[in-house]
Design a protein around this ligand. Structure first.
Ligand code: FES
Length: 207
């Protein structure tokens, strides 16, 4: 397995500045916009975090194959809930017990349930593979049609050119370019009707 030093291409006695420069360079080279893959990019990020933290985290969590492309986490379970159901029930996106309440209601599978996201798939791709018809338009980070609200867990999102920071800080993220960063996540999909997203919508494309 590659060490974080190998991933960033620095010697074991490299100083902070050298590590930071190497990280910036490797992050550019492996960014999905530049022909890299999300896994390579995440691995570079994890290596930098490891070295910045002085080696505090267990690097074994990040298992790389000989090409440096495979993360230990290969699947994540996503529990989803349709925003329309929240509105119909008179609930709020900010309710702390949103998913507990959803579990007490017999929603159909299209409204509430779970699916697995495997490998490098985006949350939107995994939802579609599970047979669901979630909203989208550009599929490339240029609109808000595919936005979801991440209620718990974390999602990595690459090249989001659209959503302002005040929304991303609230966990409103793009599912077409978002991959789970935790083994479990809870997301509310179909949040495109939130008033603050209206100006970022594009006409929907047929699936
Ligand atoms: S569909 Fe446009 S950003 Fe996801």
């Amino acid at each position: 397995m590659q060490s974080p030093f190998d991933v960033l291409g620095v010697d074991r006695d490299a100083g902070e500045d050298e590590i930071r420069r190497a990280y910036r360079q490797r992050a550019k080279e492996t960014h999905p916009d530049q022909g890299g893959t999300r896994r390579q990019f995440r691995l570079v990020k994890a290596a930098y975090e490891e070295l910045s933290a002085g080696g505090g985290r267990d690097w074994d969590e990040v298992a790389a194959d000989e090409e440096g492309e495979t993360l230990a986490r290969t699947e994540s379970v996503v529990e989803y809930l349709d925003y329309d159901a929240i509105v119909e029930q008179g609930w709020s996106l900010d309710d702390d017990d949103l998913f507990e309440k959803a579990n007490r209601v017999r929603f159909d599978d299209a409204t509430h349930g779970t699916f697995v996201v495997e490998g490098d798939d985006s949350v939107l791709e995994a939802a579609e593979d599970a047979g669901f018809d979630w909203p989208f338009s550009c599929r490339g980070g240029a609109c808000a049609n595919c936005a979801v609200a991440v209620v718990s867990g974390e999602m990595d999102v690459f090249h989001d050119h659209v959503l302002p920071e005040e929304l991303t800080e609230r966990g409103i993220l793009l599912s077409c370019i978002g991959t789970p960063a935790t083994s479990d996540m809870q997301v509310v999909f179909n949040v495109k009707d939130l008033p603050e997203l209206e100006e970022h919508l594009l006409p929907p494309r047929p699936s």
